[in-house]
Design a binder for this molecule. Sequence first.
Ligand SMILES: Nc1nc2c(c(=O)[nH]1)N[C@H]1C(S)=C(S)[C@@H](COP(=O)(O)O)O[C@H]1N2
Ligand SMILES: [Mo]
Length: 263
Amino acid sequence: MNEHSKKPLLSSANETLLRDIRKDMGRFIHQPQRRIFLQHSLTLGGLALLSGCTVVDENSIENALMAISRFNDKVQALLFDPNRLAPTYPQSMITQPFPFNAFYGKNNIPEIEEEDFRLEVTGMVADKRSWTLKELRALPQVDQITRLICVEGWSAIGRWGGIQFSTFLRRIGADLTAKYVGFKCADEYYTSIDMPTALHPQTILTLTYNGEMLPPQYGFPLKLRMPTKLGYKNPKHIHAMFVTNVNPGGYWEDQGYNWFGGS
Ligand SMILES: Nc1nc2c(c(=O)[nH]1)N[C@H]1C(S)=C(S)[C@@H](COP(=O)(O)O)O[C@H]1N2
Ligand SMILES: [Mo]
């Protein structure tokens, strides 16, 4: 499933497009039958109008994915409102089996020893000590069922649990006025997110999948799960994180994927 295109994304959306989007959003909001949908998911609503089709089923969502991945950061910032929640789903809608995806095949999934693991925390934080898994598990845990959307053109619903990332950032005395949080992974993957997304209530420092310890293929021992971002912004096998004002980029982002990566 490793078909990420390395083609550069469309450059910048122009002002006319932005104006049209705003106009469309106004129209959209005034259609009562769509209002409920929109309340649950501005981003999917935005996807519908931007791709020129009404998102009503899985297929149209999938078809519109490549389109949204090509939007520039400005357009996505407009679509993604950190005060809105991404849709959540009932247990019965969980995708089975949940897909595995990485920039390598299943044979190369990193093997990490629980005992040796430490989450390294650096940058603009008051408390730079490292964390064991046991310490992380002792923090308050939450659980949510959300959809992961990959730009390759698939999406899947899964249940992830862990620490609300905002709780963790406060716990380590992170400078919440800093612009970015960067992540380094055991498989050389790396990515970064903006602070509003880091503080979003559905952004979870994930320790479990389906109520069990995160399995290796889904990112053991630690991944960041954000239903408001495309799959590639959700790092698995995290071993270090840092708070910074210098945009740390990311594995796919540095090859042309949109940095904002909203979904
Ligand atoms: N460390 C690491 N994290 C990663 C990746 C990766 O290759 N390495 N791939 C990303 C991509 S493109 C996707 S779609 C999701 C897939 O997550 P899953 O295997 O849990 O479905 O992980 C993301 N996080
Ligand atoms: Mo992905």
